[in-house]
Design a binder for this molecule. Structure first.
Ligand code: ATP
Ligand code: MG
Length: 483
């Protein structure tokens, strides 16, 4: 199956429509296509070929967008690199993917200079190749991008995302949210992550405007949402929570969707959003599903509190087990596999289902509840305990800034939860234990409380529980809370 080169087609269908707004400048689709062709021409002149793999190490700036589209014009595969990774980590990903080049912007020159094994090119140095001709069609099963998973549960894996995956993700989301002619999507999430990249694909497939932010600037974002200039925004919990904290007044009635994903959403935050009339759509998804695969509409935000919702139209989900179990997904947006990982692929794909590695349950009406990662499940005296539930209770305590829970060995129960926490003021473990006893079943109350300065996080800012496990093993003098 083929599809027209979507940027070329979009520039032909709606050339005058605004495609991109960045700071004081805007580009129509015709202008965006023109900039893209210039970049594609330069990249071709520098030796980037159809079928080649190119790393992109760049920020949320227009030239990054031109580069992403330019690689599509050439038919080269983009490897989107998280700019918070170290040079060594980036080098590992480039090597793993078999990259021929690394493209970087002016802000990442130093990091790129530390990478010697792959030739690197600045994305603004242009030597125009006049013979360049854009492609007319994309094949749906052709690889468009490689994105590495965040590396929360282990070493990151390169996820193959095809043109068909991105197309299905964009259309699946449109069937859910609808497309309004005045839509404008605010992008302050990274373009190297599927949350940001998928906004680009939607823009060109729908003919929709994007407001690009280089950095997540709370005041600027809140101002844009109040002005009525944007109608949709993608956020993760940490962003939404500062936005709500700093909000004075209300967002414009034109603002119709706050797409929240990436991790669990705490109930108090959803309550706050409801009070402020913020239409939150909770979502569940991963790099492997090319953005969200399950979404909860605002009308269910409180009656189905904690649920991630129902699958997007062309997708199906099921639970591997009786009641709770691993979440299995299938749909046209699901990756065909991990790059160069035959074993991981064998485990993840069985009988047409992708095994997500997350545990959940589906209620009688079909709403999905994501419980936690399968690898982090604690089994204590035969009972299942989900660290995320305990972490959510701990952070309800006014003095706790963040918390991480893992299972540690126990003679009597096999395994018991241990809590690591960061506070704003001195807080004794006894006080915190008493707080937990009031909110959690006895077997879920952590047996150990360890106050720490900060929690280990990866480049996507996700908690690394496996590093807490290593910390626990390195440190021997743990005092068990008496019960
Ligand atoms: P790795 O696969 O390398 O361990 P990762 O899974 O953190 O890294 P991503 O693809 O960025 O990499 O994240 C997807 C994961 O985020 C999901 O599998 C799930 O664990 C978590 N997640 C996403 N949405 C939600 C949600 N609504 N509720 C709970 N967890 C979520
Ligand atoms: Mg994952």
């Amino acid at each position: 199956m083929n599809i027209p080169n979507w940027l070329k087609q979009r520039a032909f269908l709606t050339p005058e429509r605004t495609a991109l707004v960045f700071e004081q400048t805007s580009w129509t689709f015709a202008e965006l296509y023109n900039e893209t062709l210039k970049t594609a021409s330069a990249l071709r002149g520098s030796g980037i070929q159809k079928g080649g793999f190119c790393g992109i190490l760049a920020g949320n700036r227009p030239e990054t967008i031109f580069t992403i589209y330019a690689l599509q014009q050439i038919g080269a595969v983009a490897i989107l690199l998280n700019s918070r990774l170290t040079a060594d980590e980036i080098e590992w990903q480039l090597h793993d993917a078999g990259a021929s080049h690394l493209l970087f912007d002016a802000h990442h020159e130093q990091k790129a200079a530390a990478i010697s094994s792959v030739p690197s090119l600045s994305i603004v140095e242009n030597t125009v190749d006049r013979l360049f001709n854009p492609r007319d069609i994309y094949s749906l099963d052709e690889t468009c991008s490689i994105m590495y998973t965040s590396g929360t549960t282990g070493r990151p894996k390169g996820v193959i995302q095809t043109y068909g995956n991105h197309y299905a993700s964009a259309t699946g989301s449109a069937f859910n949210l609808g497309i309004h002619s005045d839509d404008s999507w605010l992008c302050a999430v990274p373009l190297f992550h599927i949350s940001g990249y998928s906004i680009l694909m939607k823009s060109v497939i729908y003919g929709m405007e994007i407001h690009l932010f280089e950095k997540f600037d709370v005041a600027g974002v809140n101002k844009a949402l109040k002005s009525g200039d944007v109608t949709i925004m993608s956020v993760v919990t940490a962003m939404l929570s500062v936005m709500v904290n700093e909000l004075t007044g209300k967002y414009s009635p034109r603002f119709r969707c706050m797409l929240l994903g990436g991790g669990p959403a705490p109930a108090p935050l959803l309550e706050e959003c409801r009070k402020n009339d913020i239409p939150v759509f909770q979502t569940y998804g991963m790099t492997e599903t090319s953005s969200q695969i399950v979404t909860l509409s605002p009308e269910y935000a409180l009656t189905k509190l904690g649920s991630a919702g129902k699958p997007l139209f062309p997708c199906t989900i099921k639970i591997d087990g009786e009641n709770e179990g691993e979440i299995l997904v299938s749909g046209p947006n699901v990756t065909p596999g991990y790059l160069h990982r035959p074993e991981a692929n064998e485990q993840a794909f069985q009988n047409g289902w992708f095994h997500t590695g997350d545990i959940g349950r589906i209620d009688e009406a079909g709403f999905l509840y994501v419980l936690d990662r399968r690898s982090d499940l604690i089994i204590s005296g035969g009972e299942n305990i989900y660290p995320a539930e305990i972490e959510s209770v701990l952070t309800e305590h006014e003095a706790v800034k963040e918390a991480g829970v893992i299972g540690v060995p126990d003679k009597k129960w096999g395994s018991v939860p241990a809590a690591f926490y960061v506070t704003e003021r001195p807080l004794s473990s006894d006080e915190l234990a008493a707080f937990c006893r009031g909110k959690l079943a006895r077997y879920k109350v952590p047996a150990y409380f360890i106050q720490v300065e900060e929690l280990p996080r990866n480049a996507s800012n996700k908690l690394l529980r496996r590093e807490l496990g290593a910390k626990w093993r390195d440190d021997h003098a743990h005092k068990k809370i008496d019960d």
